[in-house]
Design a protein around this ligand. Structure first.
Ligand SMILES: NC(=O)c1ccc[n+]([C@@H]2O[C@H](COP(=O)([O-])OP(=O)(O)OC[C@H]3O[C@@H](n4cnc5c(N)ncnc54)[C@H](O)[C@@H]3O)[C@@H](O)[C@H]2O)c1
Length: 378
């Protein structure tokens, strides 16, 4: 099969991590007999430098004509003094809007070999963790009416939360479809004991559940969900929730993965179209030093294979390759924990050069070597 992908390399470490993800993608193509046609487009700071605009129309057109978008990260100190509406990050909001990306998927995967990097007690995450937070991305309180008015107690601000049945139905379907490809369990998170929008949310999610008899659905109040995520995270498979609750819970869930350099994400539109990107930003502090962890972007490619192209075997091959590289003891600097007793190892951990056969069970590697090792394992 032939697949068309628009590639936004972006700024900072964006181009570095994308390069490694494309290496992995081409290896998948070779091994499984697919062609991935990638077309580079500009967005963010690189686009401002080249065209004066963070999101040129040509980029929107190419993205719309593609099957999926792969994005590195945008932004950096060079453009920090521009007015808010001209900054590189506007490209992300523009792409979400133009491409109708209403469902944000943030998996929180803790690989067994990174259990030490997770802030939770080892017994809570033994055997690893694999949760996906499905967050509604284009509705709710972030997009409702807002304002400031005079009230009896002084200036009074308001933000209105609205959800239509259709908005809830389409995000619920994404969650149930996802659960069908995973462990068939959806937890819908709301505040139905207080909020009218949550009561509508709960009713519509339950209606959608009727079409998925193989999937177990439970409802949970958001305050309890926040607690359960750190008390017993293994109870979750797919969590579906509103824009505001999802913003908060996906950050909380993501902490279990050990490093932001391990976190992929997907934003999906109607049909199978999606934009895939690491959860991290352009990390200007690491740019150009071969230090960035490319695995979040590589795992975003796995999500693209699974959710947009329906290539489940191929997606699993990428995830397994990442697992194998970690299992073999390779660590990018963000994951590397040198033995305290070895001052040389501590000093060496400050540099990014690959160190063959390093210390103990861990080997420090750079961005490029991480990409090569993962692609070699596929
Ligand atoms: N989706 C996006 O494009 C996106 C998201 C967030 C921030 N940003 C932009 O990125 C720039 C930097 O923002 P920030 O510093 O708040 O967030 P950031 O995610 O870029 O960096 C936060 C910390 O995480 C580290 N880090 C990030 N990615 C890493 C990786 N792959 N491997 C190892 N370590 C990694 C960085 O070194 C830094 O210490 C800003 O201009 C911001 O607006 C862009």
């Amino acid at each position: 099969m032939n697949y068309n992908i628009a590639v936004v390399r972006g700024d900072g470490i964006g181009p570095e991590v994308i390069e490694q993800a494309l290496l992995v993608l081409q290896k998948v193509g070779k091994k499984f007999g697919h062609t991935f046609q990638c077309q580079d487009v500009l967005a963010g700071g690189a686009a401002i430098d080249a065209t004066g605009m963070a999101l040129p129309q040509e980029t929107i057109d190419v993205c719309k004509a593609s099957d999926a978008v792969l994005l590195g990260a945008v932004g950096g100190p060079k453009w920090d003094n521009l007015p808010g509406d001209q900054r590189p990050e506007q490209a992300l909001l523009g792409l979400r809007k133009e491409l109708g990306l209403f469902a944000n998927l943030r998996p929180a995967i803790l690989f067994e070999d990174l259990i030490d990097a997770c802030p939770l007690k080892p017994e809570l995450v033994e055997g690893g963790l694999d949760i996906v937070v499905v967050r509604e991305l284009t509705g709710g309180i972030y997009f409702g009416d807002r304002g400031l008015k005079d009230g009896p107690m002084g200036k009074t601000a308001y933000d209105i939360e609205e959800y239509s049945e259709e908005e809830v139905r389409r995000i619920a379907k994404v969650a149930f479809e996802m659960a069908m490809k995973r462990n068939k369990h959806v937890t819908s998170v709301d505040k139905a004991n207080v909020l009218e929008t949550s009561r509508l949310w709960r009713r519509v999610v339950a209606e959608v559940a009727a079409d998925y008899p193989q999937v177990t659905l439970n409802h949970m109040y958001v305050d309890n969900a926040a607690m359960q995520l750190v008390r017993a995270p293994r109870q979750f498979d797919v969590m579906v929730t509103s824009n505001l609750f999802g913003d908060i819970l996906s950050d909380e869930a993501s902490m279990v993965a050990g490093s932001i350099g391990m976190l992929p994400s997907a934003s999906l539109a109607k049909g199978n179209f999606g934009m895939y990107e690491p959860a991290h930003g352009s990390a200007p502090d690491l740019a150009g030093q071969d230090k960035a962890n490319p695995m979040a972007t590589i795992l975003s490619v796995a999500m693209m294979l699974r959710y947009t192209f329906g290539l489940l075997k191929e997606a699993r091959a990428v995830e397994k390759a990442v697992e194998k590289v970690l299992h073999n003891g390779y660590r990018t600097p963000d994951l590397y924990q040198p033995p305290d007793s070895n001052p040389l190892a501590t000093a060496m951990s400050m540099i990014s050069l690959p160190i063959a056969g390093a210390f103990g069970t861990q080997t420090l590697i750079g961005t490029k070597q991480a990409g090569k090792l993962v692609s070699a394992e596929i």
